[in-house]
Write a protein that binds this ligand. Structure first.
Ligand code: NAI
Length: 331
């Protein structure tokens, strides 16, 4: 039998946490033959609720779940973890300035970076979900210099999956037959959902999604804005932000990273830019990646048209501004 993998979920008493931990315990994240030990972290006001989640995990009698650590102690939470899914953070509340929210999150991610650096297992893979996801990941990277930068990522897979969903609905095809959309940039409304390289499996082979949709006005307009604004649409409908889809996408992100992407398929991940596609180096930016042997690699050489270039630059610009804001909160 395989040794259990230790998976940390921060903010585990929250909405995404509640959807995510049973998925991890059921093998959705790491596979149906991989035992797991869950480490759940939250803050003291949520300790009782966190303990309730732990009770439910016991009650669910998951065969793959070999242990549960539920704690408000960051060091205990981070000790020995192989995968860290960072969902905890300080949400923006009505009337709060961007800078105030950033200050709170910068201090959370700075502290948790140090705990991970000192106590996590070697080669721990980190996925930041909490917003501002890209910039929280960047702060985590900066304050955990001994964790390889390739191990620190943020979640844009939800946006990627939303884009697949929109194409599938529009063409009335199975979502599993659509692939290779791209989310470029920030997990925010400036993200660029790019359909120019996406394909759809048909009886006559793979066809470009753009050709099948055959409506540039929709693809260049409503498609992009629907994906960009989907988070807000969910909040409007549910009065709560997306949780099951975020949790499911977080599992997709880690699963593909650890177990590999299928041949000929790429996915979107927020990763530390090396300057590919002229995206400024030193930002955490969402790129198309393939994964193999537990490592991601940016898909190179895709042709970028003028419209795409503009949108890729716009979201990079926003990330540079967020980075500057985050740094100003440190001093
Ligand atoms: P939530 O408010 O229900 O849960 C957040 C949890 O984090 C709470 O239990 C809270 O007590 C905890 N927390 C706060 N500070 C913490 C700290 N320092 N350490 C550990 N835990 C801490 O929020 P929800 O809906 O679960 O969302 C979580 C985050 O994910 C938010 O920042 C949200 O904006 C973000 N998000 C990101 C998405 C993405 O695609 N990247 C998609 C959806 C949400």
């Amino acid at each position: 039998a395989k040794d259990p993998v230790r998976v940390l979920v921060t903010g585990a008493a929250g909405q995404i946490g509640y959807a995510l931990v049973p998925m991890v315990a059921r093998g959705i994240m790491l596979g149906p033959d991989q035992p797991v030990i869950l480490h759940m972290l939250d803050i003291p006001p949520a300790a009782e609720a966190l303990n309730g989640v732990k009770m439910e995990l016991v009650d669910a009698a998951f065969p793959l779940l070999k242990g549960v650590v539920a704690t408000t102690d960051v060091v205990e939470a981070c000790t020995g973890v192989n995968v860290a899914v960072m969902v905890g953070g300080f949400p923006r509340k009505e009337g709060m300035e961007r800078k105030d929210v950033m200050t709170k999150n910068v201090s959370i991610y700075k502290a948790q970076a140090s705990a991970l650096e000192q106590h996590a297992a070697a080669n721990c893979k980190v996925l930041v979900v909490a917003n501002p996801a890209n910039t929280n990941a960047l702060i985590l990277k900066e304050f955990a210099p001994s964790i390889p930068e390739k191990n620190i990522t943020c979640l844009t897979r939800l946006d990627h999956n939303r884009a697949l969903g929109q194409i599938s609905e529009r063409l009335n095809v199975q979502v599993s037959d659509v692939k290779n959309v791209i989310i470029w940039g920030n997990h925010s409304s400036t993200q660029y959902p790019d359909v120019n390289h996406a394909t759809v499996k048909t009886a006559a082979g793979d066809k470009p999604a753009r050709e099948l949709v055959a409506n540039d006005e929709w693809l260049n307009g409503e498609f992009i804005s629907t994906v960009q604004q989907r988070g807000a649409a969910i909040i409007k409908a549910r009065k709560l932000s997306s949780a099951l889809s975020a949790a499911s996408s977080a599992c997709d992100h880690i699963r593909d990273w650890v177990l590999g992407t299928p041949e000929g398929t790429w996915v979107s991940m927020g990763v530390y830019s090396d300057g590919s596609y002229n995206v400024p180096a030193g930002l955490i930016y969402s790129f198309p990646v393939t994964c193999k042997n537990g490592e991601w690699c940016i898909v190179q050489g895709l042709p970028i048209n003028e419209l795409s270039r503009k949108k890729m630059d716009l979201t990079a610009q926003e990330l540079s501004e967020e980075k500057a804001l985050a740094y100003s909160c440190l001093s």
